[in-house]
Design a protein around this ligand. Sequence first.
Ligand SMILES: [Zn+2]
Length: 295
Amino acid sequence: MSVQREAHAGAACNNAMIIDVHIHLFPRKVREHREEYCARDRGFAAIYASPNARIASDTEIIRYLDDAEIDKGVVFGFPWGDPDLVMRNNDEIWDLAERHAGRIIPFAVLSSEDRAAAGKEAERTLGNGFAGLGELAFYDLGWTAPVAAGMQPVLDTAAALGKPVLLHVNEPVGHQYPGKIAIDFASLLEMIETNPSVTFILAHFGGGVFVYHLMPEVRAAFQRTYLDTAASPYLYDPRIFRVASDIMGEDKILFGSDYPLLSLPRYLKQLEKADVSSTTRAAILGGNAQKLLHL
Ligand SMILES: [Zn+2]
């Protein structure tokens, strides 16, 4: 830890790391020719056809971490349909992680369309040092029972190698926004229940599914399930931090920004309004991710 970071940590009244578990980086070609990739991938177009949807470069990601005084960032791509584009995206993430060893934690995306290719890519990436899988999403198909069933080979690989799987889960209710898909909680819970040795990270506070943790059978299934906070300022009242910590346990909530959608300061404001204890705050901002990812 640098002198500067020590001062920062001291000012924040804790010595825990700050880790952002939800940062997106897309291939350079995609950043330079966005329209072309919107035409090629319906899931991508659903979110990024709008010029207002920001796409960050590797340089911007490092600058964000520096400016926000974030120790480490989990970086991943987009779940393209095209398996070649998935590989390219993962390779560029790996390259960034190598250039910033210890600072960038690479997660691998998988094809949302080609299940066989997804299985192979999970083996290739996790077998070669990627720290986890994610953000896995099905922006075109939505989350359904067949989609969940198709993930089994990938989940088996993650379980065998002891690596977490970060899933896009949004709310089944509320306002519409680009990238919001239909979510079948029943098949999501069934998948989690039938894979007790997989560590799941459900993005976006798991779309609120955590409330069922109050049911004993769901609590049992959620033993290795975490939530990330991505996009919460756009979705929830700040009390979500307190409620989710209370229901799931403060050790199960991981700060994720969804950068470049949002960055750390917006979450700090929510945390402040949520009025959680300094221990809970430190756990959410990095302590939990540090333990989960063995950092
Ligand atoms: Zn997401």
